[in-house]
Design a protein around this ligand. Structure first.
Ligand SMILES: [Zn+2]
Length: 194
């Protein structure tokens, strides 16, 4: 019985793994049964194979699993409102955003806000997308809600050594994401990151 299941699963792995990640996501959303198979941990190999079929696609981001990464890269659903026209990926926040939510959630700041610690400000996700005008400019628009969430997390850590370890871990991840963002080339749109 187990052997039979292994053969069937193996057959599915072979078939699904050659699909584009977006097709794989659509299959997962078709029915509960398929979702269970495609989204299970044991299907990680299927996802890795599927992602590898996309030319020049960078490796899955740290902190995300393969289905989450596939959604971020290929599914144009807004992280905030579920609208289906979220063209922009904000890599520093690991999310997709539509224009309406971009205007609402991201703000330019003239300097360090009074209630935010400098280390927190330096790891706050931002985008250079000018949502109102629809182009990439030089101004940074900060993800304000995330800045306050990070500030609260920062304040909860009392011990100075732990606090500085937290900052250094977050900074390392943030700088790596900034580098990823700067070098990203979208296989679909031929554009760089946000
Ligand atoms: Zn939205």
């Amino acid at each position: 019985m187990d052997g039979q299941r292994a053969v069937i699963t193996g057959g599915k792995a072979f078939t699904f793994g050659h699909l584009h990640p977006l097709d794989l996501l659509h299959i997962a959303w078709t029915s509960k049964g398929l979702r269970k198979i495609v989204m299970s941990r044991s299907s990680a190999t299927i996802w890795r194979r599927s992602l590898s079929t996309v030319e020049k696609l960078p490796d899955c981001l740290v902190g995300m699993n393969e289905p989450q990464y596939a959604r971020l890269m290929f599914d144009e659903i807004c992280h905030f409102c579920d609208a289906g026209n979220a063209k922009h990926v904000i890599f520093l926040a690991r999310l997709r955003c539509c224009k309406a939510c971009g205007l609402e959630k991201f703000e330019s700041l003239s300097g360090l806000p009074e209630d935010v610690a400098r280390p927190v400000f330096s790891i706050t996700p931002y985008t250079r997308i000018d949502w109102a005008r629809g182009y990439m400019g030089g101004v940074k628009y900060y993800y304000i809600k995330e800045m306050h969430r990070l500030q609260a997390e920062y304040c909860r850590i009392r011990h100075p050594t732990l606090k500085s370890a937290w900052v250094s871990m977050k900074e390392q991840d943030f700088r790596a994401m900034e580098k990823f963002n700067a070098n990203f080339w979208s296989p679909k749109e031929g554009s760089v990151g946000s």
